[in-house]
Design a protein around this ligand. Sequence first.
Ligand code: ZN
Length: 452
Amino acid sequence: MNEIKDYIYGKKDEIVSALSELIRIPSVMGEPTEDAPFGKEPKNALLKMSELCEKSGLSVTNYENAVICADLYPEKGLELGILCHLDVVPVNNDNWKTDPFELCEKDGVLFGRGTIDDKGPAVAALYAVKCIKDLNIPLSKGVRLIFGTNEENGSEDLEIYKKHDKFPPKVFTPDGSFPVINIEKGMMRSNFSGFISSDKLVSFEGGKIPNAVPDRARAVLKNIEQEKILSEIERDRSGAEFFSEQKGDLTEIVCKGRSAHASTPETGINAVTALISLINRLEPVLKGLENILPFGETDGRAMGLSCKDESGALTCVFSIFNISDGKCSGTIDVRFPVCKNLAFVEDQERKALYKAGFTFNDYLGDEPHIVSKDSDFVKQLLKVYEENEGEKGYCVAIGGGTYVHNIEGGVAFGAERGDIDYNMHGDNEFITTEELLKDAVLFAKAIENVLN
Ligand SMILES: [Zn+2]
């Protein structure tokens, strides 16, 4: 009965060693070359995985060194795809306790860049397929492993894949969390511009990341009494911190808030809107903007966007705002539920910005993504999850997008569990050895269940 589990646990050393070979390749996006669309190291990671797949007896296809596929029983028709990525985010500082590009096992915990995102789950998926093959577990259809190399920078790898091949009708990616993520809200990141004529507001710069609540903003004001500024700062109740410094007739005000991902803005303190609100109390030059994007509001109500359904509530973040020489530009990030579409969000924003004297310029966006929780595929994944994890399986809706956002029939299945913080994208990223093996077992059983 525990054939799969015995097989996987018996391969523990081999699995950990395969992971360490991949961790050793610092597959951060680099300069593209003719045969390496995302740089040298992502390609090296792809070739290493290709070697591991071939060693496992799978037939591998390489699409432009961007994506590889490794198939088991393709002649039966590929019904299920497992999509993982081998690129990683950069290591930004030296708070790592171990070398991020050298897998390090300490008390059953594996540290290294990519251990949870997404090289660990990728190795688990490979061994799940290898296990099915080596144990001769019968499948009525074929399964395809798909390994990409550009998930962290826009998933252009999948565009290359689509030029050559189509996705199987059912796809899961272990690049999210358990149990199953079946709904991903739509996303619109829009840019607007306008002019401000004021001899009191010299410049403003706030926020740098389009998909985050900005934690810093700075403005320079002219000819405003220092005393007035200090008393408004004193009276401020936003929760943000303000620092002011006078230089002749200019005063610089710096505002510090708290950063948060744009899909969960309620956990942040927006430094841009907090500073705009403070400036308007000194000199109402940005009143129109504050009216449509007020501090403390995260549901887009003032722009007529507010709505919610089974996928949750719409979120709206004013993430970047700059003024220089009277010209201003801004960015707004909206995550909207499945009941709405890009056209609705564009229309509401365009109207609200126009009324406030600004111009809606352009946007980057994705429509919402949904796979029915009542589909056989989702039910099978949840059943396998319940049987193996001993926990109730359920579906989750999220505001961020996963690797399968633009793949019909795609869901995220793993690999984060519960509320554990795996330091994904941060220092000391990890997965436990036990979780790595459990994932491989879970994926093997998922393949067996979905394909029979
Ligand atoms: Zn990832």
